[in-house]
Design a protein around this ligand. Structure first.
Ligand code: THU
Length: 130
């Protein structure tokens, strides 16, 4: 199994736990830490809508809360023909916590593509601007 296959598999598995009764749009993320461990995340919605948290941020916060610092790659899986890129808020946090990592976008049919954060999130605001 390639590095990216393992990440995609973790994202698919995490997606099964998505709580998306309002959008019915289930998302899974897989995040590889520098330790080698892979963390999953799914989107979790709520009745106010606005307090919803995306799969990518759940994966990042889970890993951070487990003591991880430094990440190598992240995958995002949805059940769509057109692959799903991270939303703007998630791009900010992926950039701040992971830097210029590869972002693997995949669907349940086995389609995938890879894009680097520097291309997905050009001209970021981060601690270097403070
Ligand atoms: N969502 C994610 O989990 N990640 C993304 O990158 C895009 C959007 C979720 C949030 C919400 O639960 C649903 O997808 C529809 O926006």
């Amino acid at each position: 199994m390639s590095d990216h296959d393992a990440l995609i598999a973790a994202a698919r598995k995490a997606r099964e736990n998505a709580h998306a009764p309002f959008s019915n749009f289930k998302v899974g993320a897989g995040l590889r830490a520098s330790s080698g461990k892979i963390y999953g995340g799914c989107n979790v919605e709520n009745a106010t809508y606005g307090l919803t948290i995306c799969a990518e941020r759940v994966a990042i916060f889970t890993a951070i809360s487990e003591g991880e610092r430094g990440f190598d790659a992240i995958a995002v899986v949805t059940d769509t023909d057109s692959l799903t890129p991270p939303c703007g808020a998630c791009r900010q946090l992926i950039w701040e916590f992971c830097g210029d990592v590869p972002v693997v976008l995949a669907n349940l049919q086995g389609k995938s593509e890879m894009i680097c954060m520097r291309d997905l999130f050009p001209k970021p605001f981060d601690s270097s601007n403070l």
